[in-house]
Every structure is written in C-alpha cells, then in structure tokens.
Design a protein around this ligand. Structure first.
Ligand code: NAP
Ligand code: MG
Length: 399
C-alpha cells in the first residue's frame, strides 16, 4: 500500500511522562504505517526545556506561526516537587501558557461521546463545548509575596507622557500576597469572534458568563465587548441561523449547565475554562475523552489532549507494570491536526484518513474493548479491559 502524502509539515511538540509513551505508540502503530508523516519536531519534554532555558517552547510556538498547524503532547508544568525531581535551573512556566500567550486565541474543548459511556448528569444528551479564552488573566500574572506592613498599588504610566493613574490594592498591616493581572481589548474581541464563529459553524447556541457584579471594571469589560461584537457583527447571522447568544453570571451558568440537555458552547474566561473543562470532561465520562484545540485569530491551530501527563500511570510504567492509560484524546489531537492540515492543503485523503482513525477508535470502544478508566464506568455488558498496548493494537487491527 502506498502511504498518504503530506505537503506542509505539522509542528510536532513532544511532551512528558505517560503521554510521551503514548505519543510514540500512536505514531508508530496508528499513523506512520499509513501516512508519510512530515513534521517539524520540537521536544517540549521537561529535560529539553530545562536544557534550552525554555527556548524550545518559544521556537515551537514560532514554528506554529510559520506552518499554521501544530499537535502537542501533554507536558509537565513544574512545581516545587518537579524542581527536585528534574534538578531544574528554574521553575519554568507552563508551556501551554507560553504558547497561548504567543498565539493568542481561544481553546475549544469538546468531549468525545461514545455509546456505552453515559454522562454522570442524566439530562445531558449532547456534548457541551467549552470555549476557553487563552490569553491573560491569572496565566500571565505578576505576583508578590508581601513580607510585612506596607502599601501595594496599581500604577498606570501612559506611554505618551500623560498623567499617571494610581489605585491602592491594599494597605498591608501584616504579611500577605498580592497579584496583578491584565487583559487586552483586542484579545477579548477576538475571543468573542472566535466563539461566535464556532457557534455559527456548528449551529449551536452560545453562552458567555463572568462575574461582572463583583468585578465591575475587569469582568464587566468582557461582558461589554462580547455585547458590542455580537450587536455589530453577529446578531443578524445568529437570527438567520436560528441560534442564540446570551450572557449570564458565572454562578447562574454553572447551575444552568447541570440542568441542561447539552448541545451548546459555553464561553469561559481563561481560569473558568481551565477548571470547568476538567469538570465537564470528567462528568462526560473520562478526562481522557476530551479534545482540545487552540484557534488563534491569525489562523493558527494547535491540537492537544485536555488531560495532563498521567504521572501516576507513568511511575507504574517505570516500575515495569502494565498500565491501562487511555490514548483517545491524544489520538484525536493527531487526527484533528492531520485533518486540518489536509483541509488547508487540499489533501482529501489525509482528511479521510483522520476520520477513519477516529471511527476505528470509537468503534473499538463501542465493540467493548476499552481502557480501565472507561471499563469501570461503561454501561456496555462484559467490557474487555485492555492495557494501553492492547487497546492501541485493537485500533490498529481495525485500521
Ligand atoms: P492528569 O495527568 O490529567 O491526570 C490526573 C488523573 O486523571 C490521572 O491520575 C488518572 O486517574 C486520570 N487520567 C488523566 N488522563 C488519563 C488517561 N489518558 N487515561 C487514564 N486516566 C487518565 O493530571 P495531573 O496528574 O494533575 O498532572 C500530571 C502532570 O500533567 C502535571 O505535571 C501537570 O503539570 C501536567 N498537566 C499538563 C497539561 C497539558 O500539558 N495540557 C494539562 C494538565 C496537567 P487515575 O490515577 O485515577 O487513573
Ligand atoms: Mg485544567
């Protein structure tokens, strides 16, 4: 059989721990036998990030700007424990945070729905997609530990030499902590546009929620920009498409989501989207069944799994034990990226291959062969609990 050809390479960002193991298996057994895979490879594994002083992450993001489509493996965001474990020079920032800050954009996360894996919430009939703003807020913060009494202020110094603006954050009479965060009107507007476009392209309603009652300037600005963009650019198109946009308080949104049937897009600020997408993916069945794509306003796409590096499984793997780690979201990161590359380059065969691999993956689960995370919750009778190798081999056999 001749392999499917690619023209433009994908940006390939390798990662850490168990997902790094999955990465290689997916390439070797599910992609390379069928596709003449072309990638520009960046090793975002923690040792290489440390060796390059995180330059490799920036290089990978720059390559994404050049080539347009990237696929990323889960990576460790270092904390104090990782400093010791990997003898790091520095507590490097989250690679996802760095990449998102460079590409801007919105992250769309949607659960992969399969027969036999029923959502915990009984009313949910359709997937719920989270549109997560991927720029700013606490992910690009400036933090201070306050050692003792003193004043913390916000100071704005206009670049054109105008009057300084100051606001007191807190007069500290004891030790504490302080944080400065920001966002940009242009980034919020492109978040709104990306979300509205996605709603139109998928024919789903869209909700946006923030905490404007408490954050009367910051969150309120998000609410206003969404309203302005909607009124000026999308109102008529939404009416025509028979879909709806509405704003509500984040607390109200959470309550409504649980009572809903699903089948809509929930636009979230950066932190809300981070947390709520984990809640949704677990509630839809498994963290390992959630896809994630960063869509930048400049037309760049970065595909990844929503879950982390599955550290607990990796330590078992290192100890020589079999693991039953679910590779589905990582497979869908690859198929998402390959299909987008195919679409942009006019390679129908590459798009068709991606859809076939997705179908083979879903069919394998629906036939009753699945990893442990799914086997424990499935409503299918007599599921076969496969280890990681067996599950990938079952998909390969189907391919
Ligand atoms: P995690 O890797 O998502 O795993 C948390 C738990 O969820 C696992 O222990 C496992 O539960 C279950 N799980 C997640 N993915 C699974 C899969 N594919 N198959 C089966 N079970 C799965 O989160 P974490 O343990 O909090 O974080 C580990 C590392 O990942 C951290 O260093 C963190 O910085 C990083 N991280 C990276 C990203 C990213 O790159 N996008 C995102 C999140 C976290 P059981 O142990 O019960 O089996
Ligand atoms: Mg999260």
């Amino acid at each position: 059989m001749s392999k499917i050809r690619m023209s433009t390479p994908l940006v390939e960002m390798d990662g850490d721990e168990m997902t790094r193991i999955l990465w290689q298996m997916i390439k070797d057994q599910l992609i390379c036998p069928f596709v003449d895979l072309k990638t520009e490879y960046f090793d975002l594994g923690l040792p290489e990030r440390d060796r390059t002083h995180d330059q490799v992450t920036i290089d990978a993001a720059e390559a994404t700007k050049r080539l347009g489509v990237a696929v990323k493996c889960a990576t460790i965001t270092p904390n104090a424990a990782r400093m010791d474990e990997y003898h790091l020079h520095e507590m490097w920032k989250s690679p996802n945070g760095t990449i998102r800050a460079l590409l801007d954009g919105t992250v769309f996360r949607a659960p992969i729905v399969v027969k036999g894996i029923d959502p915990y919430v009984r009313t949910w009939k359709k997937p719920i997609t989270i549109a997560r703003h991927a720029y700013g807020d606490v992910y690009k913060n400036c933090e201070l530990q306050i050692p003792g009494p003193g004043t913390v202020e916000l100071v704005y110094t206009p670049a054109d030499g105008g009057d300084e603006v100051r606001a007191t954050v807190q007069e500290f009479d004891q030790p504490g902590i302080a944080q400065g965060i920001h966002n940009l009107d242009a980034s919020i507007a492109s978040f709104a546009r990306a979300s509205f476009e996605y709603a139109l392209s998928t024919g789903q309603d869209i909700w946006f929620a923030a905490k404007d009652t408490i954050s009367k300037t910051y969150d309120h600005r998000f609410k206003d920009i969404f309203a302005e963009v909607f009124e000026a650019e999308y109102k008529a198109r939404f009416e025509e498409a028979g879909i709806e946009y509405f704003y509500t308080l984040i607390d109200d949104a959470v309550a409504r989501v649980i009572r809903s049937e699903g089948g809509f897009i929930w636009a979230c600020k950066n932190y809300d989207g981070d947390v709520m997408s984990d809640m949704l993916s677990t509630a839809f069945g498994s963290l390992a069944m959630m896809t994630s794509v960063l869509v930048s306003p400049h037309g760049y796409f970065e595909y990844e799994a929503a879950h982390g590096t599955v550290q607990r499984h990796y330590y078992k793997h290192l100890a020589g034990e079999k693991t039953s780690t679910n590779p589905v979201a990582t497979i869908f990161a690859w198929t998402g990226a390959l299909a987008k590359r195919g679409e942009l380059d006019g390679l129908d065969e590459l798009v068709a291959f991606s859809r076939r691999l997705e179908k083979a993956t879903i069919d394998t689960i629906e036939s009753g062969v699945m990893t442990g995370d799914l086997a424990t919750i499935t409503s299918l009778p007599n599921p076969v609990r496969a280890d990681t190798e067996e599950f990938i081999a079952a998909i390969a056999a189907r391919m």
